[in-house]
Every structure is written in C-alpha cells, then in structure tokens.
Design a protein around this ligand. Structure first.
Ligand code: SIN
Length: 480
C-alpha cells in the first residue's frame, strides 16, 4: 500500500513538517503515516503540473482516453483490494466500498468516451467568406480537494474529466482518507499516465490550497466538502479568477406522497439514508410524509432500520459501520437530543451500540417521529444514521418545507402517480432528484447542487465541460 506523496513525477515521503496518522475509524488503530506537506511541496507540485500542462494538452484525445479506459479496467480488476482500503480508512461496509470502486471506474469510462465525442463545431455566420469555428481547449492546471466519505469516487469524478480534457491535476485528498487516492494514482501510472500529469499531496490543507489558488497558474478548482470551507476557497479563487466547481453541503428532503407505494418508500428510505451510515451528501435528512400514511411509514421504517447489522465494515453483512470520528458522533448526539427536547418522539435507536474492543462510534439507526422545522436536524445535515419524520398535510406544504432550506443538492419524491410525483419533484430547488428512486447518482448523469450546495456539475458530458474552455475563431481563409 503506497503511503507516499506523488510530487513532480516521483513518489516521495519528504515533507516540511513530519507526518499525519491515518486511523481506522472502526478500531482506532493507526494504519499508515503519510507526509505532512505544506507550501513548499505544494509549489513543487504546481511547478511540475504547470510544466507538463502543454504536453498533456497536446496529447491526442484518443491517447488520453486510452489511459482512462485502462484505468477503469484495472480499478474493476482490483475491486476487492481497493474496497478494503476504502473500508479501512473511512469505515463503510465492504460491499458499499466495492460499489464505490465500480462507481469510480465508471467516471473514467465515461470521461474517456465523452472526450472522444467532443468535436469542433461550425457556427453559420451571416458574413460572406468568414467561417465560425468553435473548439474546446483544456482549462489548464486543475486542483481537486476531496472529502473522506467517498475517498475514491470523489477523486475519480474530478480527475477523470480533467485528464480527459487535457488538464494536469493537483489533488489534495482528505487527511482522514489519503490511501485510496494513492492507490488510484498508482493505478493511473501503471496504465500509462505520464507521472507529471497527477500530483497527490497530503498535509496542511490551508497552506496547500492557498499556495495553489493564489499563484495564478491554477486555472480551475473542484471542491467537494462543507459550505463553510467552500466559501473560504471561493474567496481565494476570486483573487486570480480561478474557475470553480463546488459540491457543498446537502440537506435533502425525502417526500412521501399520500398514494406512495409504502414498501418502495420504506426500502428507498433505508437505501438512501443509511449509505455510509448516513454520511453522504445526498442522504435524506428531512422526511416529509403525508399525514395519512405517516404513522404506518414510521412503524415500518423503524422495524426495518432496527434490523440492520451494525458492525465494523470489514465484517460480513455489516450494514452500518462506524462514524468517521468522535466529532461526528457528537454532532449526531446533539441533533437527536435537540429533536427529543423539542417534542420529537424516539421510535428506535438514539444511542451508540457498544461493541467490545471497538471505539464508541457505531451509532444505531434512529427514527424520530413528530419532527418539525424548529429542530436542528431540520436546519443542517446530521451526517449520521437518523431519520427525522415530519407529517405534512399536502404536497404544497411538503414542497414549501423542502425548499425552505438554503441547501439544494438532492431531493427525493415517492408517490403512486407519475404525473403528480414528477410535478412535485420539478418544484424542488435542488440539482439531483430521485423520483421513486433512492440512488439517483450515476457517472453518466450530472451531479451537483444549487444555492448553498454549490454549482458546477460532475458526471457525463456536463462533468467534462467543467474542464474545457470554449474557444471561438472567426476565420477568413485566404487559401485559394
Ligand atoms: C456525495 O456524498 O457527495 C456523493 C454521493 C454520490 O455520488 O452518490
């Protein structure tokens, strides 16, 4: 398992200020030490990426795509080993981690296909003798700053389109989960990526980001993380007018209409809510259920939630792994305590499960009824396995409550009639919506939010377009 940084084409463990520990959240054991880089390493990485940028951009798209195709293949071939790395550093159950590897591979496949389909276009000008030509150029050196909850996939969906478009890439993975990033970099190199194309650094996020963003040579930042950090980065990007994609906090509503298929809604709620123990940006946080079916839904979802196996992700059949760290557990505790203090009714869960010799980080799937918008869990994302349920009397009320949040990443609507369900879905102020579908994410489709959840899209042709600039040439040809 690689634990060094990839800087200027070489694996290196030299850093200005020591090392960082990578800890398995399910055991508290230190599984690796990685370099603690700062401004000087960030600058070396940037120099190298900048130097190689013209060469990579000039590499024919089919050749770039071949590297990405090979990477997708190798990711799938090494799925089990990669899944173990993901589970070890971020805690999610192995089956989910394997799904994340597959999802990552699909971003590489998709970017490889999209770049080969991106052609020059002609614009019909109303000017005799002049041709309008529109082409796409690589944005330039790109930076990616990624979170711990999908340590492989969040990087894949930034790196794949950047490399496809002809951009060199600087990557700073989350300090909790750098090992998946190193594993991905190793695979890319094995598949023929020229080493200077990708630089992977761990360390002091603030100095690394500041060095990159204030330099003037980085032309694009793609960030996935909190809205608070996104704002800080946006301020820095303003200085050099760095183009940005921001995938920030979510706070999804899960609306269940009166005529919904309850079985489907219960299954969907479990699937959407308990992915990665609720630590997914598109996890539903506010369940808005029609009053006619609210008690039946509550009872059924609680019975099903209480049966989910809580265990370290490495154990067979684990469905709920540990939360990432103690601060995450404290946040869930605070949200649950606040909801109960404000009149919420605990239906199941509401505490951590004791597992011998394991840290107190396994939070039970929790269902709380009688919730309302005054509660903390309705104000901000809990990032834990909690289903807070509010009953609503109409579709209008559900839409109003859903849209009252400043966040707008994802939403879900479950209903028995396509026309009404879609009509409700289309009124939600968010970028990704599941309609009787609990897992809307797909590497071929656009992923991203509105309002405080950010802007820019990842996936499909939309993800690729974030890494190209459109160049227009008005050409008067003098050739005979
Ligand atoms: C995220 O948590 O932002 C990623 C979720 C997904 O891609 O499904």
């Amino acid at each position: 398992m690689e634990t060094r940084n990839l800087i200027a084409g070489r694996w290196t463990d030299i850093s200005s200020s020591g090392s960082l520990e990578v800890v398995d959240p399910a055991s508290d054991k230190v599984i690796a030490r990685v370099p603690m880089c700062g401004a000087s390493e960030a600058l070396s990485a940037l120099n190298s990426a900048y130097e190689f940028q013209p060469e990579w951009e000039a590499t024919p798209p089919a050749q770039r795509a071949a590297v990405l195709h090979a990477t997708a293949k190798l990711l799938v071939a090494r799925k089990d080993a990669l899944a173990r790395i993901i589970t070890q550093e971020c805690g999610k159950p192995l089956a989910e981690a394997a799904g994340e590897v597959q999802y990552s591979a699909e971003y590489f496949l998709c970017a490889a296909n999209e770049i080969q389909a991106l052609n020059e276009m002609e614009v019909a000008l109303d000017r005799p003798g002049v041709r309008g030509v529109v082409r796409h150029r690589a944005v330039g050196v790109c930076a990616a700053i990624t979170p711990w909850n999908f340590p492989l996939a969040m990087l894949a969906r930034k790196i794949a389109p950047a490399l496809a478009a002809g951009c060199t890439q600087l990557a700073k993975p989350a300090e909790e989960t750098p090992l998946s990033a190193f594993a991905l970099a190793e695979i890319l190199l094995e598949c023929g990526l020229p080493p200077q194309c990708l630089q992977v650094l761990t360390g002091d996020a603030k100095s690394i980001a500041t060095t990159w963003l204030m330099d003037g040579r980085v032309r694009k930042l793609s960030f996935t993380g909190s809205t608070e950090t996104g704002r800080l980065l946006l301020r820095q990007c303003a200085q050099e007018i760095v183009r940005c994609s921001m995938e920030l906090g979510g706070h999804a509503a899960f609306i269940i209409l009166a005529d919904a298929d309850l079985q489907l809604a219960v299954q969907g709620a479990l699937q959407a809510k308990f992915r990665n123990a609720g630590q997914t940006c598109i996890c539903p946080n506010r369940f808005l259920v029609h009053e006619n079916i609210a008690s039946e839904f509550t009872a059924r979802v609680a019975v099903a939630a209480a049966q989910l196996k809580i265990a370290p992700g490495m154990e067979a059949d684990s469905k709920i792994g540990p939360l990432i760290h103690d601060a995450a557990v404290e946040k869930v505790r605070a949200h649950v305590a606040d909801a109960l203090a404000r009149g919420g009714k605990l239906v199941c869960g509401g505490r951590t499960k004791e597992i011998p010799d394991r840290p107190d980080r396994f939070y039970e799937p929790t269902v709380i009824a009688n919730c309302d918008p005054s509660m903390l869990c309705f104000e901000e994302e809990t990032f834990g396995p909690v289903i807070p349920i509010m009953s609503v009397s109409s579709e209008r009320e559900a839409i109003e409550v859903a849209n009252s949040s400043p966040f707008g990443l994802a939403g879900y609507v479950f209903g028995g009639n396509d026309k009404t369900t879609l009509a409700v879905a289309q009124q939600l102020q968010c970028g990704v919506i599941g309609v009787n579908e609990a897992v809307p994410s797909n590497a071929r489709a656009p992923f991203g939010g509105v309002k405080w959840s950010g802007f820019g899209r990842e996936g499909g042709v939309w993800g690729l377009m974030e890494y190209v600039t459109t160049q227009y040439l008005a050409v008067r040809s003098l050739d005979k």
